[in-house]
Design a protein around this ligand. Structure first.
Ligand code: SAM
Length: 264
């Protein structure tokens, strides 16, 4: 098939057999695995995966590529869902779903948040992403890369950066370096957030003002007394707090909200 890569769909096709083999080895697909590939493209990963698992699901937004894949693979080997992965009902294929993909980098952050929401239905994820995004996902506290993405994903997943992939492994080559990452859902986050949306609100607020002290970054939402009761120093910066600290803060805010419902 001759296909003109479409920039708007972030199309950079893997063209290096060694990288494909490394990704497949990292995934270690087993017969009978329930697996979904996001953005199969021309099918370079799709073929070795479908051969190993028996029947693979794939979601592809590009109608031409989706039609080509449906014609190339027998239906019992590959079920192609034509559409936007950001709107895909992952839970409908679960439980026990494995998700893989060389992701379109323009949608990677919202997609990661969507996948975090359904983490309980997933076995694992193996994703190719922009290397800088992988560094932020796996970042430890008190480093410049540590931020909202690190906290919200590390709350749900164990994150392992597996290997880097240079631009030359793709056609056309992207302008950035890439890396493959494995995410494994934690059986139970420790400590657990009473309300994950509240955790998201606190973390977003903190890192929107990451240069300020916690006292200032969270003012209006969290007061100093609350921080003191958790033995969290209000003069720290948002990047100094561990994931568990954010959970403890958000749980106190949730408790306070339940105790003093706002008057209508
Ligand atoms: N997996 C192929 C490979 O490794 O060569 C293609 C990878 S390419 C980086 C990303 C793929 O995701 C393209 O096939 C693109 O059409 C598809 N895609 C882009 N946006 C998408 C979306 N919102 N939902 C599903 N697929 C999408």
């Amino acid at each position: 098939m001759t296909h003109q890569p479409r920039k708007r769909f972030g199309q950079h096709f893997l063209a290096d057999p060694g990288t494909v083999a490394k990704i497949v080895a990292a995934i270690n697909p087993q017969p009978g695995d329930r697996m979904l590939e996001i953005g199969p493209g021309l099918g370079v990963l799709t073929r070795p995966l479908a051969e190993r698992v028996g029947c693979l699901h794939a979601v592809e937004i590009d109608r031409d590529l989706a039609a080509h894949l449906s014609e190339t693979f027998p239906h019992e080997r590959l079920v192609v869902h034509v559409g936007d992965a950001l709107k895909f009902d992952f839970a409908a294929l679960g439980p026990g779903l494995r998700v893989v993909g060389n992701l379109p980098y323009n949608i990677s952050t919202p997609l990661l948040f969507r996948l975090a929401d359904v983490a309980a239905t997933l076995v694992d994820l193996h994703l190719m992403l922009q290397r800088e995004v992988v560094d932020r996902m796996a970042a430890r506290p008190s480093t410049p890369q540590y931020g909202r993405l690190s906290v919200m994903l590390q709350y749900r997943f164990r994150i392992e950066k597996l290997f880097a992939v240079p631009p030359g492994a793709f056609r056309p080559p992207p302008r950035v370096d890439s890396a493959v990452v494995r995410l494994t859902p934690l059986s139970q986050p420790q400590p657990e957030a009473r309300d994950v949306r509240m955790l998201g609100n606190v973390v977003t607020r903190a890192f929107t003002r990451r240069r300020k002290t916690l006292r200032n970054a969270l003012s209006g939402m969290v007061d100093e007394a609350l921080l003191a009761s958790l033995e969290i120093e209000p003069g720290l910066r948002p990047e100094n707090l561990a994931v568990a600290d954010y959970v403890r803060i958000s749980n106190r805010v949730s408790e306070a909200t339940v105790r003093t419902p706002s008057s209508r």
